[in-house]
Write a protein that binds this ligand. Structure first.
Ligand SMILES: Cc1ncc(COP(=O)(O)O)c(C=O)c1O
Length: 404
C-alpha cells in the first residue's frame, strides 16, 4: 500500500480499517509498522530547526512519548480515518480518554449535561470529581429524550455528553438531535460510541464534535489490551493532546497501541458477525418463557428502535436480558453456562455475561445510580463471535436449570 494517509481516507470502511495508518517501514521495508519502544527521540540540532521537534501541528514530530509516539500515531491515523474525523488522540484507557477530554475542555463554573445512564467509571468521574471537587456544574438527564437535554441547558453549558448505546442498558440517544441542540446553544457534543465499535455508527457524520471509544472493547476485540481514543475536530484534539497527554499523562504504551492497530484490521468483519449473532440471541431470548424482557437496539421492542434504525448501520453485540428469577436462581443460571463466561468487559471474541444484582453491596456495578433502568434479574450480554447455534444451546440448557 503506497497511498499517503490523506488518500486512504477516501477508501471504503473495510479497506480503511486495513490501510489507514499503515505503510512500509522506511528502514527495513517491512510492510507492518515496527513497535518503537524508545522513550526519547533525537532533537533537531540548530536554533532554526529545534522548534520543529516540538511542533504540535507536525503529527510526526516526536520528542518524548508521553506527548506522542510512533505507534500511538499510527493508531490515531487509523481511527481518525475510520471515524471520518480530522484527527485523533489515543490514551491508556477509555476512562483516560473521556477524562482527558473533560479535563481539557471544561473549567470550574462550566456546565456539562450528560447521559444519566453511562458507564459507571464515567458517571463517577462526572459526579464525584468534576462535580464535587472541581466546581463543574453537572446535570445528568435522560438523553434518550431530546426535550430533557434542551430543558437542561444553562447559559454556561459548554458540553453535552451522550453515551449511545449506553452501558449497561443499551438505551439509545439521538445523535443528530443532540448535535443540533448543542450547536444552537454554542456547546460541544461528545459521543461515547464504545458500544458501536466504530463500524456500527458514525457520530461525527451526524454532527458530533468529538467521539470517544474505549478501545479495550470491540476495537481491540481480543480481550488482551486496554486503551481509549478521542476523535474529531482538529482544534479540539490539539487542545486535548496538549492538556491531557502532557499534563495528565495517561498515554497508551507503544505495544498496546500496536495491538489495537493490529486488531482493527478485522474490526469490520468482527462487527458484522457480532451484530448477526446478537440478533439471533435476542430473538431466541425474547421468545423464551423464562425471560421477562430483552433489550436490543435491533429489536422492534427496543424503546428507541426507531432512532437506532436511523443512526446505526448495525445494532452491535450488546443486549440486556431480564430473567424471571430470583438472585439465587440467577447464580444457578450463571454457574450452568458452559460456553458463555460470567465476566466484566465486552466486545470480545468470546461471549460474556454480567449480572447486576439489586441486593447486596455491589457499588462497583452502579446499580443504585439507575434504579429505574435496571430491575432484579438484569443481565448484560456481550454476544461474541462463536457459532450462534452453540450460544443458543448454551443459553437454553442454562435456562432449563432455573427452578420453577
Ligand atoms: C461506554 C464505555 N465508555 C468508557 C469505558 C471505559 O473504558 P476503559 O475500561 O477502557 O477505561 C467503558 C468501559 O466499560 C464503557 O463501556
Amino acid at each position: 500500500m503506497n497511498l499517503p494517509f490523506e488518500e486512504t481516507r477516501n477508501l471504503r470502511p473495510a479497506t480503511r480499517a486495513i490501510h489507514c495508518g499503515e505503510g512500509v517501514d522506511a528502514e527495513t521495508k517491512a510492510i507492518r509498522r515496527p513497535i518503537v519502544m524508545a522513550n526519547s527521540f533525537k532533537l533537531n540540532d540548530t536554533s532554526e530547526t529545534l522548534a520543529e521537534s516540538f511542533a504540535w501541528d507536525n503529527t510526526h514530530a516526536y520528542n518524548y512519548p508521553r506527548s506522542r509516539h510512533p505507534n500511538g500515531r499510527y493508531l490515531e491515523e487509523r481511527l481518525a480515518g475510520l471515524e471520518g474525523g480530522e484527527d485523533c488522540v489515543v490514551f491508556a484507557s477509555g476512562v483516560a480518554a473521556v477524562g482527558g477530554a473533560f479535563f481539557s475542555l471544561l473549567s470550574a463554573g462550566d456546565h456539562i449535561i450528560s447521559s444519566r445512564v453511562c458507564y459507571i467509571g464515567i458517571h463517577g468521574l462526572l459526579v464525584e470529581h468534576l462535580g464535587k471537587r472541581f466546581g463543574v456544574e453537572v446535570s445528568l438527564v435522560d438523553t434518550t429524550d431530546a426535550k430533557q437535554v434542551r430543558a437542561a441547558l444553562r447559559p454556561n453549558t459548554k458540553l453535552i455528553h451522550i453515551e449511545t448505546p449506553a452501558n449497561p442498558t443499551t438505551l439509545v440517544s439521538d445523535i443528530a438531535a443532540s448535535a443540533s441542540i448543542a450547536r444552537e446553544a454554542g456547546a460541544w457534543l461528545t459521543v461515547d460510541s464504545t458500544f458501536s465499535g466504530v463500524i456500527a455508527q458514525q457520530p461525527l457524520l451526524l454532527g458530533a464534535d468529538l467521539v470517544m471509544h474505549s478501545l479495550t472493547k470491540y476495537i481491540n476485540g481480543h480481550g488482551d489490551g486496554l486503551g481509549g481514543a478521542v476523535i474529531g475536530r482538529q482544534d479540539l484534539i490539539t487542545r486535548i493532546r496538549d492538556a491531557a497527554s502532557i499534563h495528565l499523562g495517561a498515554t497508551i504504551n507503544p505495544f498496546g497501541a500496536w495491538l489495537m492497530a493490529r486488531s482493527i484490521v478485522t474490526l469490520p468483519l468482527r462487527m458484522q458477525r457480532h451484530c448477526e449473532n446478537a440478533l439471533v440471541i435476542a430473538q431466541f431470548l425474547e421468545a423464551h418463557p423464562r425471560v421477562k424482557a430483552v433489550r436490543y437496539p435491533g429489536l422492534a421492542s427496543h424503546p428507541q428502535h426507531a432512532i437506532a434504525q436511523r443512526q446505526m448501520s448495525g445494532y452491535g453485540g450488546m443486549l440486556n436480558v431480564i430473567l424471571n428469577a430470583d438472585k439465587q436462581a440467577i447464580f444457578t443460571f450463571l454457574e450452568s453456562l458452559r460456553v458463555i463466561t460470567h465476566a466484566v468487559c465486552l466486545g470480545h471474541a468470546e461471549s460474556l455475561v454480567q449480572y447486576y444484582p439489586q441486593e447486596g453491596n455491589h457499588p462497583e456495578l452502579g446499580v443504585l445510580n439507575y434504579p429505574e433502568d435496571i430491575g432484579e434479574g438484569f443481565l448484560r450480554l456481550s454476544v461474541g463471535l462463536e457459532d450462534p447455534a452453540d450460544l443458543v444451546d448454551d443459553l437454553a440448557q442454562a435456562l432449563a436449570r432455573l427452578p420453577d
